[in-house]
Design a protein around this ligand. Structure first.
Ligand SMILES: Nc1nc2c(c(=O)[nH]1)N[C@H]1C(S)=C(S)[C@@H](COP(=O)(O)O)O[C@H]1N2
Ligand SMILES: [Mo]
Length: 298
């Protein structure tokens, strides 16, 4: 299975009848978190996508490049006892358990739009906590300017990693002020349930004003640094994928327009909708980029 950047191309809707049944079974099999999370003022009132759509139309290249590959193959990921290393420019470096970083009692529900760079979108009801609250536990040191994230690297559990198409592990990064923004969360659940493996269990980043690839799944390390981190998509094809990757309908991808998007689940006749600046979060985040040329810093 050779992954290359030209695989990332908008594709036509398709119906996968088998996956309707699979979703019903997955719904039964997925443990409830036992609480729904405190509602927050950050949620959209748009209708969330179905559990079926959210868990059977995924990008998680560690399990293959097809949209249904993660649902089919991510069962091999072992999430029990998962630890996240927090290191670099922090007062208390160490390996932290997921429950220590994201206690169930602190979970908030955040219903966010997710806009993939491939020009499709969804609305997902996450359960998570602000990344800022997690960074505060480790104590960010004054010189830190960026945060680097890495996904697990283990080809035994992640069959997609047996192909060296991406320089594994999957890497992402944020500027510190982006990381500290109240919209930026670490999620451990969705729809009131423990995060399904295909969505990045047991803990993944969600940055709703950026293209979906910034929202790195199954995170094993968080590193505070004074340098802009390398990111997987930028390493693969820097002319197409930048460090910032803010959703921007005015800056097209070199191979397709970013002006509109296809909302998954809207049906074959649902048509396309306009993509909004910063994915509709401009009021909250535009200040972060004041004075920056967003065509250069794509
Ligand atoms: N580790 C890892 N994280 C990842 C990806 C990936 O392939 N590997 N894909 C990204 C992309 S391109 C998108 S659009 C979102 C999709 O998240 P979802 O499948 O939960 O909707 O995850 C992002 N995080
Ligand atoms: Mo994506």
């Amino acid at each position: 299975m050779k992954l290359n950047w030209s695989d990332v191309t908008p594709e036509a809707d398709f119906l996968n009848r088998r996956s309707f049944l699979a979703a019903g079974l997955a719904m039964l099999a997925t443990p409830a978190l036992g609480l729904s999370g405190k509602p927050s003022g950050f949620s959209t009132d748009e209708k969330p996508n179905s559990f079926e759509d959210i868990t059977h139309y995924n990008n998680f290249y560690e399990f293959g490049t097809g949209k249904t590959d993660p649902a089919e193959y991510a069962g091999s990921l072992k999430t029990a006892g998962w630890q996240v290393a927090i290191d670099g420019m922090v007062d208390k470096p160490g390996r932290y358990g997921v429950e220590d970083l994201v206690p169930d009692s602190a979970l908030e529900e955040r219903i966010y739009r997710l806009r993939c760079v491939e020009a499709w979108s969804m609305v997902i009801p996450w359960l998570g906590v602000p990344l800022a609250s997690v960074l505060a536990k480790a104590g960010v040191q004054p010189g830190a300017k960026h945060v680097a994230f890495r996904t697990l690297e283990d080809p035994a559990q992640m069959p997609g990693q047996r192909s060296r198409s991406i320089d594994w592990p999957y890497r992402e990064g944020l500027r510190l002020d982006e990381a500290m923004h109240p919209l930026t969360i670490l999620a451990t659940g969705l729809y009131g349930k423990v995060l399904p493996n295909q969505n990045g269990a047991p803990i993944r980043l969600v940055v709703p004003w950026k293209y979906g690839f910034k929202s790195i799944k199954s995170v094993v390390s968080i590193t505070l640094t004074d340098k802009q981190p390398q990111t997987s998509w930028q390493m693969l094809q820097p002319s197409e994928y930048g460090f910032y990757a803010n959703v921007n309908p005015q800056v097209d991808h070199p191979r397709w327009s970013q002006a509109t998007e296809r909302r998954i689940g809207a049906g074959l006749f649902g048509g396309r909708q306009d993509t909004l600046m910063f994915n509709g979060y401009a009021d909250q985040v535009a200040d972060l980029y004041a004075g920056m040329d967003l065509r250069k810093n794509y």
